[in-house]
Design a protein around this ligand. Sequence first.
Ligand code: MIC
Ligand code: SF4
Length: 639
Amino acid sequence: MAKTIVEQIMAAHLVSGELVPGAEVALNIDHTLTQDATGTLAYLEFEAMGVERAKPEVAVSYVDHNLLQTDFRNADDHRFLRTVAARYGLHFSPPGNGISHQVHLERFSAPGKTLIGSDSHTPTAGGAAMLAFGAGGLDVALALAGQPFYLTMPEILGVRLEGRLPAWVSAKDVILELLRRLTVKGGRGKILEFFGPALRNLSVPERASITNMGAELGATTSIFPSDEQTRRFLAMQGRLEDYRPLKAQGRPPYHGQEEVNLDRLEPLIACPSSPDNVVPVKDAAGAPVDQVLIGSCGNSSFRDLMVAAQALKGRRLHPRVSLEINPGSLQVLENLTLAGGLLPLLEAGARVMPPGCWGCIGMGQAPGTGAVSVRTFPRNFPGRSGTKDDKVYLASPETAVAAAIFGEIVDPRRLGDYPKVAPPRYFLVNGRTLVAPPPPDEKVEVLRGPNIVPFPRLSPLPETWCGEVWLKAGDNVTTDDILPAGSQILPLRSNLPAISRYAFTRLDPDFPERVQGRGEGVIVGGENYGQGSSREHAALAPRYLGVRVKLVKSFARIHLANLINFGILPLTFENPQDYALFDLGRPVALPGVRKLLLSGAERLPLQIGDQEIWVRVDLTSRQRRMLAAGGALNMARER
Ligand code: MIC
Ligand code: SF4
């Protein structure tokens, strides 16, 4: 029988449910990953479950987001993450070892396995044929405790790639082309499964640049087959034993199909301030550029940095431009050094950072006032760089390095001969930087600092809920809008009372003060509400301030799951025109909501002022019980 890759992996991991789009399925999880910014909370939640040892085959705690150590808090977090990993049997990837997604691809990826990670770019591992999902920290904590991962079965979109990438066009342009066509909403409720003759020439890191930014399409995940390229990559990593071939069987009946002819692709660029604001580079050409950042989990493989290094050989940076390189991993940096790629970067005047996320999440590298920044990153949401009214463009390493040389946005083909970058025969693999867990009988004390504040108790859903409209937002609100990151706020990720003071301040600087002492409230929004990061703080911090209900036109997947996990009722408009009724401060009530929810009602009456409208609630019975209990942890306690 014809079968997609996704169906084959899911069938082998299925705990419950049917593989029909829209149904809830539960999957066994082989690998988990966390990063520091979401990890501290995830491990506090895991500890609260009272499990003695992490259950997955492979579980890794990475430190990559916050490496600034402006005070004790950050260092305390790192120490907590190191000791908690040792205590419960996880691998620990220390600060400087690299970005979770790149390191996981290099050191742990295994075709056919499942992975969930508390970071929205976890699907990067789909480049090595893993079925990998971004999730909230609580979902990862549950997987660590041996629980399955629940998701709504997506549709499977087949993406056929044919042809061959022309000179100066690379994998980033493939995913930018898909973003141009499908937009940041186009992948919602879908898994992208890639196939076609072009795969023969696409290496695993190139595939990973594509699956990485599937997250920006809103896709549940993206995956490539496991083939000769996968075998070669694992062999170069000295991990041939993890290889197994995996491809679609027969002619799988995809629910939809896209086709990209790589021969016809040209260099593309996403303009400020959304990853789908994509145009050909030549249409944006001429804009003066002040800053160029090359790196991130999407574009800092050996190939990416070598292309930049080769293009810079014998050339100088434009005097206006500040160029910074954020290597994806220590392995990339070491191999770049070995292959002679570091010197041309340094000689040209690039600043080379230790491997990590850095400016991608606003941890330093903020652009100046009015400055144009060209980045090879996955996201350019407004203000994410740390600078208000920023102008961040997203592009391939080729386009980025061209901008650094010419000092303006230019078609990289103007650089002439395209450097040939061959991967090394074997990667130099430094076995000393990843810390394996000690044996289970070794006594380890978990060390926590004063900034690590225990998890609050959340109240259950009342019989009838009353509140008022606290905020009204538009379409495509990001989790960066809901709870920003950056160097001021990231150190507070394990301190809920402190971080809550920043909730919604991007949309309304007075929000936290304005709602204080006002009981509970509802946030009203448009389409694709909560796109972007997986940070569960974007659910938990508003909940802490009293947000109990969100009423929007549609939700993004990970944020929706996080809302349910923390007892925030996710409602959608039955009639989108009702959006107009929701002015700030208006009283709202949901009469008999608890009973209706538990009875499985798919629509609820909602009173706004003296009018009554219908709103929709599309949830499984498990999710309804969770909401009634006030969140997943309460539900677990009840059990
Ligand atoms: C991001 O790219 O937005 C982040 C920072 O990596 C987030 C995680 C976080 O907010 O900690 C993500 O992608 O999930
Ligand atoms: Fe880090 Fe940026 Fe990747 Fe998020 S998108 S994991 S901040 S590099």
